[in-house]
Design a binder for this molecule. Sequence first.
Ligand code: DAH
Length: 345
Amino acid sequence: MQERLKELQAEALDKIAQAADLKELNDIRVAFLGKKGPITEVLKGMGKLSAEERPKMGALANEVRDAISSQIEARQTELEAAAVELKLAAEKIDVTLPGRPVKAGNHHPLTRIIEEIEDLFIGMGYTVAEGPEVEQDYYNFEALNLPKGHPARDMQDSFYITEEILLRTHTSPVQARTMEKRQGKGPVKIICPGKVYRRDNDDATHSHQFTQIEGLVIDENIRLSDLKGTLDVFAKKMFGADREIRLRPSFFPFTEPSVEMDISCKMCGGHGCSTCKGTGWIEILGAGMVHPNVLEMAGYDSKRYTGFAFGMGPERIAMLKYGIDDIRHFYTNDIRFLKQFSVTE
Ligand code: DAH
């Protein structure tokens, strides 16, 4: 009996040591220490022992039970710790791994150019003014010295909605609206960015919808030289300090005198090349001294106040600055085009 108990202990301890998980360990506990287990079975034979041997055998049986259960406990602790280790390893986060990049959007190149131009003028004390895209004939034409039937209206083929309402053909109506609001009191110093519309057939240099930025300065003693100085600063900041500007006489009904501003060609340094069509100069914008009729219609005393105005196309400026060959790229939203202006990639 004694031997049998020792055998059972050895067998149990061996199995415990090999138990691979908690379930197996529990099965071993039930198998060896349970009521139907082999130890209980052996002890049933105690009745045949002498009175002397019986307590000894009882004590031995208890020893064996204790040895087995303490071994089970030890193994259980071991297995539990291993299970925790395993779980930790499985859930481990490598904080040194680089993060997954989040794709960021970007400003459209036109928005970028418009904001750059805005910032430049804001830096010179201008404020930004906006006006409606669906405009009254009055502000788009009449208040700009373009009465009905004026031949210069043909310069800007318009989308009319009714006789009196149209999609604005330029940002100049914002001039007229702003001046009217000031009720004849200077000074005014604004730039007006926005969308404009013309009945043009779309091609590499024309679009039925495009953007403009208008500038207007009104005060006492504003002269053409102020306009020239302003445009010179603008051109040098926008295109490079080595650029020269020149003003050519031109015609706009809302300015007198009217000019067009060219910048010296960067490609050839002014010697003449295909970009500047051999002239050494590239046309950038229209400008002039605000026509007295325009001032008077908005309620300004044209004897006291004078002003200058200019209007430019951000598309044209972006095309020159970035070497873009087709205006339609701005509106077709080809991601490969837009990505070239990305700041994050
Ligand atoms: N509004 C003109 C156009 O769309 C551009 C322009 C020229 C605006 C001269 C002005 C200006 O303010 O003074 O062609």
